[in-house]
Design a protein around this ligand. Structure first.
Ligand code: FAD
Ligand code: PYC
Length: 416
């Protein structure tokens, strides 16, 4: 790995970065791979990295129709937590948090993981009962979570308005101290660099446009850069999963809807943690640059437009201003949207499909960024062994025929 001294950094800057070694190699596709990963978001890149690192499968291509990290990975509000209700989910999301805790060292790349605490507000008796149920279930699973009374919530997050007369009064909050945020782009870049160093080909501007089956087995993908033969295909395309899986004749239990976010002008450090209100679909943190990062709810119609409806952010900002009156005069700089793939039970789908050699990792909906390392880790195992990783097994596609759903609508926060 190339290292830079201060004088070489200065020289590179003055020379306009001429001769600067790229973090990952821009590859052109070969004719054949052992595994083709479709989608260079965080999950696809993490999958490729763990395939190479932990399973010795290095003849791997990651094909991306746009630019690396340009999907939901680069569009999300970066909240990380593992306070989900069911045992299966606690295992999956906490596996991810444990990997986050060592990820900068693992990748030798600073992903800026910051465990500043995620506090989820309760605004009614119903909310507080649901939140307390999550607190108890989490603790039984060894996942940290604690109940705070309004004054304790305010002590943890001083800008919070706990006046009981407001429209969404704060009656308490569930706090996961190990939760926090990470830098989304750095996660994609870190995994890309590490995977590329292990021999994985990362091919941008290469859309998968079709799949070739021989009987019930996938044997190749057709792309905008030509046909690529392969033994296995791992689809990790978030909001485009229904479209990609249809190329193999499969219909997915997914709906793709826009989810949007926005950032304010940067200000000095003022907001020390992450706060979410699932009832009003509003969540907020402050980036290291100083911007307030604010997220809204989903639009309630299927769309691939990568932008959301104005009434949705208007509703979110009304709630934010009421909960944090000190932000009422902040100016918002930009908004954007991403297409999220939502399952009926708000849990992901990870595993094999009825087509042999074809695997899918999708349905993370509004909440997959937090799972990136864990998702890639268990999916790589599943693809490498053609057998689900024990943590991934409950999340197989078959649950929609057996009825063993994992209903995380309350924990999924914004996808209900
Ligand atoms: P992506 O990053 O979307 O990667 C999929 C890639 O597949 C894309 O780059 C796409 O271009 C590519 N692709 C699609 N079709 C093809 C094709 N035919 N050929 C080749 N490539 C293709 N999650 C959290 O945990 N915390 C949050 O705070 C949070 N906030 C969010 C806020 C917003 C506004 C949005 C939109 C999402 C949020 N999420 C959050 C959800 C999270 O962003 C996603 O679940 C996660 O990033 C999905 O990662 P991915 O790698 O699976 O998908
Ligand atoms: O899943 O924690 C989450 C989340 C926050 C904002 C969007 N999703």
């Amino acid at each position: 790995m190339q290292r830079y001294s201060f004088s070489s950094l200065l020289r590179h800057t003055l020379e306009g970065h001429r001769g600067w070694q790229p973090a990952w190699q821009k590859a052109e596709p070969k004719d054949r791979y052992d595994v083709v990963v479709v989608g260079a978001g965080g999950h696809g890149l993490a999958t490729a990295y763990y395939l190479a690192k932990e399973h010795g499968i290095r003849n791997v291509a990651v094909l991306e129709k746009g630019w690396l990290g340009g999907g939901n990975t680069g569009r999300n509000t970066t909240i990380i937590r593992s306070n989900y209700l069911y045992d299966e989910s606690a295992a999956l999301y906490d596996h991810a948090v444990q990997l986050w805790e060592g990820l900068s060292q693992e990748l030798n790349y600073n992903v800026m993981f910051s465990q500043r605490g995620v506090m989820m507000l309760a605004h009614s008796e119903h909310d507080s009962k649901v939140a307390k149920r999550h607190v108890h279930a989490n603790r039984l699973n060894g996942v940290d979570n604690e109940w705070l009374e309004p004054k304790e919530a305010k002590a943890f997050c001083p800008p919070l308005n706990i006046d009981p007369a407001i429209r969404y009064p704060v009656v308490g909050a569930a706090l996961q101290r190990r939760g926090g945020t990470a830098r989304h782009d750095a996660v994609a870049w870190g995994y890309a660099r590490a995977a590329s160093a292990l021999g994985v080909d990362i091919v941008e501007q290469c859309a998968v446009e079709g799949m070739e089956l021989a009987g019930d087995r996938v044997v190749a993908v057709r792309t905008s850069k030509g046909r690529i033969a392969c033994d296995r295909v791992a689809v990790v395309t978030a909001g485009h999963t229904s479209h990609v899986m249809a190329m193999a004749g499969l219909r997915m239990p997914l709906e793709s809807v826009p989810l949007q976010a926005l950032v304010s002008e940067p200000v000095k450090p003022i907001f020390p943690c992450v706060v979410m209100s699932n009832t009003v679909h509003a969540y907020i943190s402050q980036s290291d640059k100083g911007e307030l990062v604010i997220g809204a709810g989903t639009d309630q119609y299927v769309s691939y437009s990568q932008r959301g409806g104005f009434p949705v952010i208007e509703h979110t900002l009304e709630a934010i201003v009421e909960l944090f009156p000190i932000f009422s005069r902040m100016r918002m700089l930009r908004t954007w949207g991403g297409i999220v793939d939502v399952t009926p039970d708000r849990s992901p789908i990870i595993g094999r499909t009825p087509v042999r050699g074809l695997y899918v990792n999708a349905g993370w909906g509004t909440g997959g960024f937090k799972a990136t390392p864990g998702s890639g880790h268990v999916f790589a195992h599943t693809v490498a062994h053609d057998d689900p990783h024990p943590i991934a097994a409950p999340f197989a596609l078959e649950r929609f025929t057996t009825g063993r759903l994992i209903d995380e609508a309350a924990a999924a926060a914004v996808a209900h």
